[in-house]
Design a protein around this ligand. Structure first.
Ligand code: NDP
Ligand code: 2IT
Length: 444
């Protein structure tokens, strides 16, 4: 059996009931096959792939907090410190009822390659909780965040592990987490990113993942003789990534006609009104039915459905496995020629294979959503030098980073005879730097 297959079987056997983690490992290992085969015996002797697929450290903890009725609630807390070969662990915190160890491991594993692709010195990590922020009061959110940090603080630090936001964790949560970290440790340091602008945050971090996705998409379209201006785009999600992807796409002359949340979706033939979407989601934290009430031309539908809309480009920006084979077939039959992932692993493996087999363009999240974490690393740099850069400075660095990522991914795919396969290109380019650093640092 080949070394790659042996390691995949081992991951499945040793991590039962973690299908998302298996899926992420399967995709990466399958595309690394030609790279591994060049030096198979050496990699096998050094157990490089076993080490790469085993987290350096997994922290599981209890998070007790008191709700507004005086009832004590208990949630599970997680932090997976996956790989520190090229820098301190870096990656978001997700608060969502679906969170479990397998989901945090898939996200942490993806983060290793994504962070490597940014070209910046950050290792891979991820964390979170099965806490559901929906419907909670501000006081309950604060109580939860303070309790979460009361355990997490001992495992993180500006040069050790630097968490940030993800689903269910935005500016408000980062603020409460930062306050508690500072209170316990007395340290005013860049231990979290996505901070508010008054206490060490970076301009353009809020926009960075969505803007970065569209900068990457622009580069990918351009390399394939296409232009974003004049296209119709279907976006899913209505959170941080979706909102700023829609904003940037519309600034560049595209029309975005959909968005969605966990209960329904919007089709707006006139193009999504971003200011209204921000008011509904960022200010009121309300349902998309409120968007429809203020936008009579738009349609609201319950459930899932954005991929049934006719579009040129699809950008899934909500969550994992939200675009399946049936969705991919629908997109293709409606003339869609490009899928650019904003979320982490939003496309199932069979849907990805179908999209690629139809000659559609496809960018994996670990490449096209890397702008968020890249800008987090720029926030860390600003914190270290105790200076703040302007919006234009950060945005132009973000744009350059996304263009460089596209170039490196494209070149890596070509180098191994897989031109246009950006999944393979991203995994190969991300892997090489991490593997070199791991080899140089010995058996650790
Ligand atoms: P947010 O919490 O801001 O928004 C998530 C959006 O997706 C919400 O509209 C939410 O609906 C919807 N959603 C979440 N879970 C589900 C679900 N199970 N089914 C249907 N809809 C769902 O998160 P982000 O925008 O930050 O994250 C979106 C994706 O992007 C995630 O995959 C995340 O890992 C990834 N990502 C985020 C980065 C960042 O910087 N924030 C960086 C790189 C990737 P509702 O409004 O009802 O909650
Ligand atoms: O998935 C991701 O890259 C993020 N949620 C952002 C991580 C970060 O550290 O900014």
């Amino acid at each position: 059996m080949s070394y790659v297959d042996e390691v995949y079987d081992r991951v499945v056997a040793q991590n039962p009931s973690q299908p998302e983690f298996h899926q992420a490992v399967k995709e990466v290992l399958a595309t690394l096959r030609p790279v591994i085969e060049e030096n198979e015996e050496e990699y096998r002797r050094e157990a490089l792939l076993e080490r790469l697929t085993t987290p350096e450290r997994v922290i599981l903890f209890r998070v007790p907090w008191v709700d507004d009725k005086g009832q004590v609630q208990v949630n599970n807390g997680f932090r997976v410190q996956f790989n520190s070969a090229i820098g301190p662990y870096k990656g978001g915190l997700r608060f969502h009822p679906s969170v479990n160890l397998g989901i945090i491991k898939f996200l942490g594993f993806e983060q290793i390659f994504k962070n490597s692709l940014t070209g910046l010195p950050i290792g891979g990590g991820k964390g979170g909780s099965d806490f559901d922020p929906k419907g909670k009061s501000d006081r309950e959110i604060m109580a939860f965040c303070q309790s979460f940090m009361t355990e997490l603080y001992r495992h993180i630090g500006a040069d050790t592990d630097v968490p940030a936001g993800d689903i269910g964790v935005g500016g408000r949560e980062i603020g409460y987490l930062y306050g508690q970290y500072k209170r316990i440790t007395k340290l005013y340091e860049g231990v979290l990113t996505g901070k508010g602008l008054t206490y060490g945050g970076s301009l353009a971090r809020t926009e960075a993942t969505g803007y970065g996705l569209i900068y990457f998409l622009e580069a990918m379209l351009k390399a394939n003789g296409k232009d974003i201006a004049g296209t119709t785009i279907a976006v899913s999600g209505a959170g941080n990534v979706a909102i700023y992807a829609i904003q940037k796409a519309q600034q560049l002359g595209a029309k975005v006609v959909t968005c969605s949340d966990s209960t329904g979706w919007i089709y707006d033939p006139d193009g999504i009104d971003v200011a209204l979407l921000q008011e509904v989601k960022e200010v009121h934290r309300a349902r998309l039915t409120e968007y429809k009430e203020k936008r009579p031309n738009a349609e609201y539908h319950e459930g899932k459905g954005v991929w049934s809309v006719k579009c040129d480009i699809a950008c899934p920006c909500a969550t994992q496995n939200e675009l399946n084979l049936e969705d991919a077939k629908m997109l293709h039959s409606n003339g869609c020629y490009c899928v650019a992932e904003g979320a982490n692993m939003p496309t199932t493996l069979d849907a990805t294979e179908y999209i690629q087999s139809q000659g559609m363009l496809f960018s994996p999240g670990k490449a096209s959503n890397a702008g968020g974490v890249a800008t987090s690393a720029l926030e860390m740099s600003q914190n270290s030098e105790r200076l703040s850069w302007t919006f234009e400075e950060v945005d132009s660095m973000l744009k350059r980073i996304m263009n460089d990522i596209f170039k490196n991914v494209d070149e890596a795919a070509k180098r191994y005879g897989m031109e246009g396969n950006y999944v393979a290109g991203a995994n190969i380019a991300g892997f090489q730097k991490v593997a070199d650093a791991m080899k140089a640092q010995g058996i650790v």
